[in-house]
Design a protein around this ligand. Sequence first.
Ligand code: MG
Length: 430
Amino acid sequence: MAPGVSFGRTVFRSPLLFSGRVSRPAGRTYRPVAVPPVYRSFQKASAPSKVPDFAFVFDIDGVLLRAATPIPRASEALSLLQSQKIPFILLTNGGGTSEAARVAELSDKLQVPLDLANFVQSHTPFASLEAYKGHGDAKGEAVLVIGGEEGGDVCRKVAESYGFKNVITPGDLYAAHPDLWPFSKHLLEYYRKHSRPLPAPVYRGPHALSPGSDAALRNHLRCTCILVFNDPRDWGLDTTIVTDLLLSHQGYLGTTSPLNNHPSLPNKGYQQDGQPPLYFSNPDLWWAARWHLSRLGQGAFRETLDGLWRSITGGEGNGVILHKEVWGKPTQLTYTFAENVLGSWRGKMLGAGTGCGLEGLRNVYMIGDNPESDIRGANNYQSPNGTSWNSVLVKTGVYLDGSEPSCPPKAIVDDVFSAVEWGMKHSGWK
Ligand SMILES: [Mg+2]
């Protein structure tokens, strides 16, 4: 049975992670990465006679890769752990492509064989949102997926691989109704290349609803959930559509809820009328890209929506907040998910039935470049299994060497290889 993690109302069971599928394409070979000389005799001498009571969790961007380029000594760090049979998983706030494609790409770039079962992207836990997957029989009901390449179509396919039915994108809506947002018409041809027909027509009747309106709405497009998979590319279009849906009656695009700004209702009636829940896959305000300064990420889009929501509703001064779910590092939910994946991978790697899941796992070393996500998450995480999470900050990404980290790590080291050395030494591994 696939492991499950309960968090509030959500139970995580990701079929992707525990299917045992290995992403290494058939026929692909990997050039072995040299383990540095200082470890070679040690590597031979110690076909590890004992089970390591520690493991590593690596962020990717700014730790293993910078943009698409491997960071020096990253491959050696992973190879060293593999040679010592020390478990690790990759935990990234990145995404926007399928887990299988990303693992294959990383294996190729780092020249280290990686496995789908030790890999978690920011949106991987979305696979557990069974309630919104639909059954394909309610044709007008759809999940809206936002962000990613090719007008969101790549993320649509990832969502479909998770089991979601009737997945639509802002590009689908825009291609069908360019008047939705008058300022992206130069992108219309681009969107049309990647769009699909909507599963049901958009409601275009009177937006002020009256008794009996529900009959008129039947068979129109209804959005049951909004999933921000990856960093949005066309913020004007995306914020417009999300705002429309958050103000709608029951998620029917083209309507407005009669409950909005109702003085006697909770949250002044906003988001109290069956509007779709809003999920973000990660909270990162910044990320390390090819440009020498960090770039705005998905968290910046969320802040933009929050600001708009305050302006439209009166915000907290009017007793209104924006209800939303933010996943990804540093949330407890994502670290709980990651620890479960790590336990499953450790059991698989070291031998199921030998107590090598999460049993006896004393220390986890979270290696990251972002104090606000990697470090804060590890520092705040409360393991239900009694495992101690130790944060190690590297200088190869978002963190600027010499500055004061906004969240202090347990150690600051030059790069990922030094971080591995630090963790092994901390756990007394010889
Ligand atoms: Mg990073």
